[in-house]
Every structure is written in C-alpha cells, then in structure tokens.
Ligand binder design. Structure first.
Ligand SMILES: N[C@@H](CCC[C@H](N)C(=O)O)C(=O)O
Length: 260
C-alpha cells in the first residue's frame, strides 16, 4: 500500500502529514505510525497527523506522537496542519478546525508560512514545589533553570516525566531561562521521549507560568526562543483565567513523498 505524505516543521518541531479527507479514519496502525516517525528506519518526525473532513468545521486534526500513540493537543502540529490545509485548498486566510481539545481558530499569512493559532483558555495552574503544572491542551511541567544552554534537558526531563507523580499519565517537561527581552525554553516531550526543537503547547504553558510567577496581568506578549527558532505568545490574563491565547510562529513544508 502506497502512502502519500507531506513533511512540515514548525520551529523545528517536525511532523508527517497525511491527507485523509477522501475517506474516514479507521483501523489506525499505531506501529506503522511509530515506524514512519522513526529517524533511522522511517521518514523521521516528532509526530504524525491525519487531516479528515468534518461536517461542522473546515477540517479535523488527528495527532499521534512519534511513539505511535494518540497524543493530546499539539500546538506546533496545529500550526503545521493549518499550513497544510491551505496547501490542500481546504482554507484560505482563516480557519476554524476541530482538534482533540476542541475547536481552534487560526489565521495564516499570505505565503502560508506563518500561523497564529488560538489555544484553549486556561484557568488552573498548580505548583509542584517550585515548578508550575498546567494543561494548555497537553499537560506541562514548567521549571525555571539557569544556564539552560548547558543543562542536561534529556536526563532531567526524563527523570521528572517518569517520577512517581507523573509516570502513569506522563507529562511534557519545560525548562525556562528568563533572558529579559525573551524567554529561552527547552522541552522534553512525552510521546517522543526526547528533547524536541520546540513544543507549542509547552511554550504557551511557559508564557502563562511566567506571567503568574511575575504577577503580571493585562494583555501580555511574550517572545520565546527555542532550539528550532522563534515563537510569540499573546494572551489576556486577569489573575485567574488566560483568554484570547495565541501561539504564533512559522509552519513550513519541508518535502513531500511516498512510502510503500
Ligand atoms: N509538540 C507538541 C506537543 C505534543 C503533545 C505531546 N507530546 C503530548 O502528547 O503530551 C506541541 O507543539 O504542543
């Protein structure tokens, strides 16, 4: 069976995208997804997404992590699937689509390579000692870390993800260093079980945690640097709820191909 795929990346978080708009999604082969995402034996990606039709929305996003399992919301994946939907001619400048955490609005630049994606409102932030725990569509742990450039994100992130509190359901682990004008963020991702070059729901969680940490309220814009590039986050925060949350950044087609 031949599979046509498109490879996209959003700030270095990379995905295999498959157009499934002509038929419903059934009989998912999770081991095939894992194999396609494998960086030695497959195409190589942090995750795989199917685009299907939906009667009430422009399209529906189905996201699987690189381990082959159904993921929770993927922010960079969401931005890439919007670029893909434009490429397929499903949308033009704006869209309302459905993802695992509910409906999302997004707008896309003329050249199709920059996407502002609205994320879910967030009203719960918990603490685990000094770290912040919140769900921005996916569960996140946010910890401040000095000298982050030289920090062992893989080992420390993995230790937290697999500790007694989080091992069962898993968590994405983000480390952040406040650089003044911007935040530098590195993330260990659940489901990839490695550090990735960017995590969209992760940087969203980091911007929210830092607003709370610094007692900021109002309309807050945050510039973020990750290993794979630059991302911007915007939201309103009244001290209780984060609303009008936007994850803004690049979403680019890398190549397309076919596997047997
Ligand atoms: N890379 C993603 C996060 C994907 C979901 C995550 N790995 C999980 O299932 O926990 C992003 O950009 O948000």
């Amino acid at each position: 069976m031949k599979i046509n795929f498109f490879k996209y990346q959003g700030a270095g978080n990379d995905f295999i995208l498959i157009d499934h708009t002509m038929s419903p999604l059934e009989n998912i082969d999770n081991s095939l997804i894992e194999q396609l995402c494998h960086r030695r034996f497959g195409v190589g990606a942090d995750g795989l997404m199917f685009v299907t039709k939906h009667k009430d929305y422009d399209f529906e996003m189905h996201y699987f992590n690189a381990d082959g399992n159904l993921g929770s919301m993927c922010g960079n994946g969401g931005r890439c699937i919007v670029a893909f939907a434009k490429h397929l001619g499903l949308i033009e400048k704006e869209t309302n689509f459905l993802a695992v955490d509910g409906p999302h609005y997004a707008r896309i630049s003329e050249n199709g390579e920059w996407v502002d994606l609205q994320m879910i409102d967030v009203n719960i932030i918990n603490k685990d000692n000094e770290a912040y725990i919140l769900n921005t569509g996916s569960p996140h742990y946010v910890a401040l870390q000095s000298d982050l450039k030289n920090f062992d994100v893989f080992t420390e992130g993995k230790n937290i993800r697999y500790n007694n509190i989080y091992s069962e359901k898993g968590i994405n682990v983000n480390f952040v260093e406040d650089k003044g004008d911007y935040l530098f963020v590195r993330t260990y991702e659940r489901g990839v079980e490695d550090e990735t070059y960017a995590c969209g729901t992760g940087v969203t969680a980091v911007a929210m945690a830092m607003a709370k940490h610094k007692n900021q309220t109002g309309h807050i814009k945050t510039d973020i640097k990750v290993l794979g590039g630059d991302i911007k986050i915007e939201f309103d925060y009244d001290g209780n709820v984060f609303t009008n949350v936007f994850l803004c950044g690049p979403a680019k087609l890398v190549f397309e191909g076919e596997v047997e």
